[in-house]
Design a protein around this ligand. Structure first.
Ligand SMILES: Cc1ncc(COP(=O)(O)O)c(C=O)c1O
Length: 386
């Protein structure tokens, strides 16, 4: 079986992730940071370990600036909904995932914000100056993805960060769902005010994990999204206003964060640069193998230097779901078909409403698997009646 759906959730995970989660469930088990007994303290230590590792990855000196969430969507909602005020203007792009577009459209429809969606090219390229052109006095937030989950296209996030430095009133939120754990990045380099990320994709952790990096001082202007038990200041009826408790209430996903912590250790030992090089090589091999197959259309940059290990294709005469079904049933190749929760991106590349077949690779895929996938696509294309 070949798993080419890493852009949705990476799989398999490093062995240490399974072990850490099993250990946490069986040997620790308690509620973190609540009860003060040995197991509770140990559970809290598991969470701190994952938080510290993420802070180190993003070169953030204070790990309480990493707020845990249950996935990237959860983190994006926190960032978007807490920074915006009635009357604000927001700029985003036509390549965003629904986890950015839907919260923004929701706020727009309820009359709370105005939204500008900057168009990308059919390959998914964004001109940083197109973002600048849309900035108005009321602009409060620019929210863009680091890389497209449809075509893998890398966005000029650092360039946008440079531009936004000139505008004190504009905050910058980066959706790093497709890049964290694969491309080395620091919060300072990207000049980001907030970075939202999942734990279950490139970071190689389990589902149910994710987070938001918050730049210093933002907690002073961003209200909490949810209030509840934190295990801190329990005598007070009002929610704490310090980090990370301000934005984390209720029992955390301790087994998930144990897995994420172990995954971070794996990333550190393996080296993110090495993983990135490996994925770039696989992408180059896949693109070369698909190029020239009759009836196969490839979308996106078609350049491993300008995209992640995500390649969208279609075969003339077949719907994406028909191709995905054949890959699954006849070749045991797992892909994702359709719109990939990014309908605007598909409209931009001209593949709406039926979408594409997305082939997305991860650090455990091999060149042989890429060759097998190319052979399968060639055989399916041959059978197409067109
Ligand atoms: C670019 C992008 N942003 C956000 C998300 C949402 O991630 P999650 O499923 O962790 O909420 C995804 C998931 O595929 C994505 O690809």
């Amino acid at each position: 079986m070949i798993y080419f759906d890493n852009a949705a959730t990476s799989w398999p995970k490093p062995e240490a992730v399974y072990k850490a989660m099993d250990h946490c469930m069986r040997q620790i088990g308690a509620n973190p940071g609540r009860s003060g007994h040995k197991l509770s303290v140990e559970a809290e230590r598991v969470i701190l370990n994952a938080r510290d590792a993420l802070a180190e990855l993003l070169a953030v000196s204070d790990s309480s600036r990493i707020i845990f969430a249950f996935n990237a969507t959860d983190a994006l909602n926190l960032g978007i909904k807490c920074i915006l005020r009635p009357g604000d203007h927001v700029i985003t792009t036509s390549f965003e995932h629904n986890s950015v577009i839907r919260p923004l459209r929701h706020l727009e429809r309820s009359g709370r914000i105005e939204l500008t969606v900057v168009g990308c090219t059919p390959e998914g390229f964004l001109e940083a100056k197109d973002i600048e052109r849309e900035i108005r006095p009321a602009t409060r937030l620019v929210a863009i993805t680091h890389a497209s989950n449809v075509t893998g296209t890398l966005m000029p996030v650092a360039e946008v960060g440079d531009i936004l430095e000139k505008y004190d009133q504009v905050f910058y939120l980066i959706d790093a769902a497709q890049t964290i754990g694969i491309i080395p990045m620091t919060a300072d380099e990207l000049k980001a005010d907030m970075i939202a990320f999942p734990g279950h994709k490139g970071l190689l952790g389990p589902q149910g994990t994710g987070g938001l990096y918050l730049r210093e001082g933002l907690e002073e202007i961003m209200p909490s999204l949810k209030e509840g038990g934190t295990g801190s200041l329990s005598e007070k009826e009002y929610h704490p206003d310090f980090l990370p408790d301000k934005y984390e209430s209720g029992t955390k996903n301790t087994p998930g964060l144990a897995g994420l912590g172990a995954a971070m250790e794996f990333l550190e030992q393996t080296g993110i640069e090495k993983i990135h090089r490996h994925e770039q090589n696989l992408t180059g091999r896949l693109l070369a193998g698909l190029e020239g197959i009759e009836k196969v259309n490839i979308y996106g940059p078609k350049d491993p230097g300008r995209q992640m290990a995500v390649v969208s294709i279609n075969i003339d005469g077949l719907l994406s779901n028909e191709v995905g079904f054949m890959l699954d049933q006849e070749y045991e190749i797992m892909t994702r078909v359709g719109l990939h929760c990014a309908p605007l991106a598909h409209r931009t590349i001209g593949t709406a409403p039926s979408g594409t077949v997305r082939l997305s690779m991860g650090c455990f895929n091999t060149p042989d698997e890429v060759d097998y996938v190319c052979r399968a696509v060639r055989e399916i294309a041959k059978k197409s009646a067109v």
